[in-house]
Design a protein around this ligand. Structure first.
Ligand code: UDP
Length: 488
């Protein structure tokens, strides 16, 4: 079981999904750079193996395993990550994850026993692991929740789970009773599990318990910037009465990413041939795809727009997302050939070196599902967004970017909505124009890039808000009263 001689000041514990593990890895490496604490990431054997392969060389971040037996919980054997289960089983993986409580507690106790002369341990846990807060209380550790998402998006998501149901009675649009400053939410902006929730279904029961347990924590960390996203942060301060620290943006640097270097080189060469601010980058994150019809319409729209583009494609909904991409079947006839011949479009299958692309001066706009990491990566590089949210809090991220930050134009909503190529092409045109709305979005994106860079500044003229927040969080953790050892 837990290695008793391991050493750690800070233990990070992400939920078993790539979209959660990646921001936690980014946070671990950020903490390693910014502090002199020893840092460990805890997870199940399969995820630890994957993480080990993606750790940069020379890091001191260590990886700790705890056992997890998927088949004890009605899951296929070895199901340890959402990327190997159909969406319908994700809730079962979440429910099953609470079974790690005894093993997690033992691991933390062992760590604390082996270092009881030093500071108390700090646990940084996933938004889905509210239960870890009471483990921390029992053993006398400091505990925070880390939201890899934005403050505004998470505040909407949190509020919606506590005001069920949303299926009937509220009209098409409604205000959140405890977060009215978010503006009106439309029913089409509800993720499927919230739209269907009635308080008694599995998701409602899980989230009610999980989110309620956040209040037992010692604080919340958000991967965001206070100057950009204060409304959502204030919401949590108000709701939970806990410190809320905005420490972002924390993203993996290009050097410590999964995905091939050869592909990055090829993308750079392709982009180097393009004029500044001329290319649209299209990508829907690490796990989403769209319907076959939507993919066809998007292909036609990209061709019709006349703009240069990089498009990351994956098999449409209904197909195995990791299977071979059948371009002749899923894209307009002859599309790939025409785009290659004209040099207008670079079509990448499954995965792109996103940070390298967004940081290239040829990129003008990003058609994105508005996953929070993608949003941070775009804003860090001053790139405006065309939003096509697909799931979870992405709908609220998109709304926030459009209505409150003015850096986004929504193109479509969801994985099953009807879309028309003419509409998509016209929206691309507006966003990429160097006048009117497009120019305004670009100048807002530049302004935000500056605010974000300032938040991370740490020099003799400025200590940015995210650096200050990180220091406040670390000093709160270090000042927790040391738990008494059994012999005292
Ligand atoms: N990503 C990438 N290449 C791809 C797709 C995604 O590098 O082809 C990275 C992207 O840079 C981001 C993460 O995967 O860091 C996706 O996170 P996000 O929160 O945007 O969306 P999710 O995948 O969680 O839906």
């Amino acid at each position: 079981m837990a290695p008793s001689k391991q050493d750690a000041d800070i233990v990070l514990f992400p939920f078993m999904a790539q979209g959660h593990i990646i921001p936690f890895l980014a946070l671990a490496l950020h903490l390693e750079r910014k502090t002199n604490n020893t840092i460990s990431i805890v997870n199940t054997p399969f995820n630890i193996k994957k993480l080990r392969a993606s750790l940069p060389p020379h890091t001191s971040v260590s990886l700790l395993e705890i056992p997890f037996h998927a088949s004890d919980h009605g899951l296929p054997p070895n199901t340890e990550n959402t990327d190997v289960v159909p969406y319908g089983l994700v809730i079962r993986l979440l429910e099953a994850s609470t079974s790690m409580r005894p093993a997690f507690k033992l691991l933390i106790q062992n760590l604390m026993d082996s270092q009881h002369h030093r500071r108390p341990l700090c646990i940084i846990a996933d938004i889905f692991f509210g239960w870890t807060a009471s483990v921390a209380k029992e053993v006398g550790a400091f505990h925070v929740i880390f939201g890899g998402c934005g403050g505004y998006g998470m505040a909407c998501y949190y509020s919606l789970w506590f005001h069920l149901p949303h299926r009937k009675g509220q009209g098409d649009e409604f205000l959140l009773p405890d977060f009215p400053e978010a503006g009106r939410i439309h029913k089409t902006q509800l993720p499927a599990n919230i739209a269907e929730a009635d308080g008694s279904d599995a998701w409602s029961v899980f989230q009610n318990k999980n989110l309620s347990e956040w209040a037992k924590s010692d604080g919340i960390l958000f991967n965001t910037v206070r100057e950009v996203d204060s409304g959502g942060l204030d919401y949590f301060t108000r709701k939970l009465g806990l410190p809320v620290w905005a420490i972002g943006p924390v993203v993996l640097s290009t050097g410590s990413r999964l995905g091939g270097g050869v592909r990055a080189e090829a993308c750079r060469e392709w982009l180097d041939r393009k004029a500044g601010n001329s290319v649209l980058y299209v990508c829907f994150g690490s796990m989403n795809t769209m319907s076959g019809e939507q993919m066809m319409q998007l292909g036609e729209a990209l061709e019709e727009s006349g703009r240069d583009f990089i498009w990351v494609v994956r098999p449409p909904i209904g197909q195995d997302i990791n299977s071979e991409f059948r371009a002749e079947e899923w894209l307009p006839q002859g599309f790939v050939g025409r785009m290659q011949e004209s040099g207008r479009g670079l079509i990448l299958i499954h995965w792109a070196p996103q940070l390298e692309i967004l940081s290239h001066k040829a990129v003008s706009a990003f058609l994105s599902h508005c996953g929070w990491n993608s949003v941070l990566e775009a804003l860090t590089h001053g790139v405006p967004i065309l939003g096509w949210p697909m799931a979870a809090e992405q709908f609220f991220n998109c709304k926030f970017l459009e209505e409150q930050l003015g850096v986004c134009l929504e193109v479509a909503r969801g994985k099953s909505c009807e879309v028309h190529h003419q509409h998509i092409a016209a929206t691309i045109d507006v966003a990429m124009a160097d006048h009117g709305k497009g120019a305004h979005m670009r100048s807002q994106a530049h302004r935000l890039r500056g605010a974000i860079a300032d938040a991370l500044r740490d020099d003799h003229t400025l200590t940015g808000s995210s650096i200050q927040a990180l220091r406040h969080f670390l000093s709160a953790a270090a000042n927790t009263p040391k738990p008494r050892s059994p012999s005292e």
